[in-house]
Design a protein around this ligand. Sequence first.
Ligand code: SAH
Ligand code: SF4
Ligand code: F3S
Length: 452
Amino acid sequence: MNTARRKVFIKTYGCQMNVYDSARMADVLAREGYEPVEGPDGADLIVLNTCNIREKAAEKVYSEVGRIRHLKEAARREGRRVEIAVAGCVAQAEGEEIIRRAPAVDVVVGPQSYHRLGETLARARQGGAAVETEFDETKFERLPAPPKSAAPSAFLTVQEGCDKFCTFCVVPYTRGGEFSRPAAKIVAEAKRLLSSGVREIMLLGQNVNAYHGKGPDGRDWSLARLILELAELPELARIRYTTSHPRDMSDDLIAAHGACEKLMPYLHLPVQSGSDRILAAMNRRHGREAYFSIIDRLRQARPDLALSGDFIVGFPGEEEEDFAATLDLVERVGYASAYSFKYSPRPGTPAASREQVAESVKAERLARLQALIGEQQKRFNAATVGLTMDVLLERPGRRAGQLVGRSPFLQAVNVDAPGRQIGEIVPVVVEGLGSNSLFARLAGAAGERLTA
Ligand code: SAH
Ligand code: SF4
Ligand code: F3S
């Protein structure tokens, strides 16, 4: 191979953990002499970092490989080699099958083995094994130095994998068992992010509130303990975490929402269904009353907490009365935003072989649920008009002088902020609503503060 800087394009699907992994793969590949580019044209290596959560997400991989295969063939005619790597959760789930089904793919690496991407590519060039899907808990130790971030808000993976085995979900199979990084490594990574200008850190894990990493005192630290430690870092202004499971919403974490100013008043706490019968069939191991009780306690600790969630409609066995219980739960909780999906049978998961709900029923229920969630989201956003709140400015807006940032409640806010810089946290007065965002101006000296 020539020694000039080779170019890599990484395309990311799926959740925030994949976004984090893509950045780390870029670090690994930088060590191999690759520089990142923004699109597939002209790239020497194209990495698809895939998601397997629903069938549609998984199938995208094959259509995408179909498209880039033409680039690869065109390059070959010019005497240039383009390599294709499939990484992420589809890579883990399907392994060699991917190369069988899509022979244009050169290598396959799972989410726990991408630190070996360079070696795997080299081996494949020699005609060796091109599939690397071993679960390797030493991954984080083997990655290059912790990343820097160009943006003021950064992701930091603290926990990976899941032992919960909800009967619809592929994550325990694609990401492996639950694993927590040692607290000292996380703090070191946070400090490095802060040194590059980061103001907000989103702690990530498939089951982030199950975090129980080794602390520097030799004891296991909870997520709450870790958050309180990070909150001591003076340059860090905001802390968030996602995604949580209701069963791991421990008392100390609930208390942290009241005690820690830097912990933002927004929580994504998926419940999936409002029906106890369906929750049991999903193996969620909690009922609706337990969820209400957690929400009550959270709101006692932090009255302005905004809530978000995930819902699945049309899970096997879901009757109209189960779905009505989901609508009722949504009414009672009142979400600031929420995601909802039609149940998608995933190969190898227990619910996939159960009797399925008709597609038309799923579609109709999803429409009803999304209408309700949409109304709640509008109501939540409308209630913030006229209020003063802090916004972390994150990127340029459409108009000159406009910057876009996030409110404490994770709302996107377009701020008329001439002379202000990305990375600043500024008080703004919310003046109006867009379809998915707010419009605001810089606040004067006085103003009602929403978050005390
Ligand atoms: N770890 C998180 C969720 C990870 S997956 C948790 O425990 O809540 C993100 C969301 O995708 C889930 O919350 C669920 O709502 C949805 N999802 C997962 N598997 C699905 C499937 N087979 N069909 C439809 N939606 C699914
Ligand atoms: Fe999937 Fe979340 Fe359930 Fe784990 S807890 S199996 S990641 S839905
Ligand atoms: Fe998808 Fe894997 Fe994340 S399946 S949602 S990319 S953990």
